[in-house]
Design a protein around this ligand. Structure first.
Ligand code: OGA
Ligand code: MN
Length: 201
């Protein structure tokens, strides 16, 4: 299958096959390194505006210690990634009838020692997130810097994914996963592909 709207590095057949058999897929060098650097710059210019991800509506949770900033029209470069994911959602809808209608995304910044403990992005289907994606913006990552994504696939096998620069990880939002403590500045965009039928309870 070929889609002219996706970057050349995206092997759509392989991605769909991996999602089908394992519930997750990895795309290395997802974009040009020039794009990666531009979006990292856009993110870095706004680091002071990031807020503690563990605090929502004044309620403090210790499940995560990173900082986030939601992406809106003020971030035209990051928006290009959201547009690519919107095209990709159409491919997913055609292949798996997922009914994805929306993409929402935030930047995430993990400083020294920061983490996100074991969780699902869609606990008990209490929100409308179907697919989660994480794109790593930092210019390099070394094995001993920690910060790995640890993910249980749909066959309950665990995987450790290094947050390689310019790597995109795509997984079912109901899968268990965590971010191990990071020893370096770790920059990413988390984006969720959603059905648009929120059923908050
Ligand atoms: C998340 C998340 C994983 C990662 O933002 O919900 O689990 O590798 N991120 O950053
Ligand atoms: Mn998550």
């Amino acid at each position: 299958m070929f889609s002219h709207l996706l970057p050349d590095s995206w092997d759509l057949d392989q991605i769909l096959d991996d999602l089908n058999t394992q519930g997750f897929a990895i795309i290395n060098q997802a974009y040009s390194n020039q794009y990666r650097a531009q979006v990292a710059k856009e993110c870095s210019h706004h680091l002071e505006e990031f807020r503690e991800a563990g605090i929502q509506n004044g309620v403090v949770s210790n499940i995560r210690s990173d900082h986030i900033l939601w992406i809106n029209e003020q971030f035209p470069i990051a928006q290009q990634h959201i547009e690519t994911l919107t095209s990709f959602s159409q491919n997913l809808n055609q292949a798996f009838y997922l009914g994805i209608k929306e993409v929402e995304a935030h930047f995430a910044h993990y400083n020294l020692g920061e983490f996100y403990a074991l969780h699902r992005d869609n606990p008990q289907q209490k929100n409308d997130r179907i697919i989660s994606t994480v794109y790593y913006l930092h210019p390099e990552w070394q094995e001993n810097w920690g910060g790995q994504l640890r993910l249980q696939d749909k066959n309950e096998k665990w995987h450790i994914v290094t947050p390689e620069s310019n790597r995109l990880v795509i997984f079912q939002s109901n899968l268990l996963h965590e971010v191990l403590p990071s020893k370096q500045q770790r920059l990413s965009i988390t984006a969720w592909l959603r059905s648009g039928n929120s059923i908050w309870v």
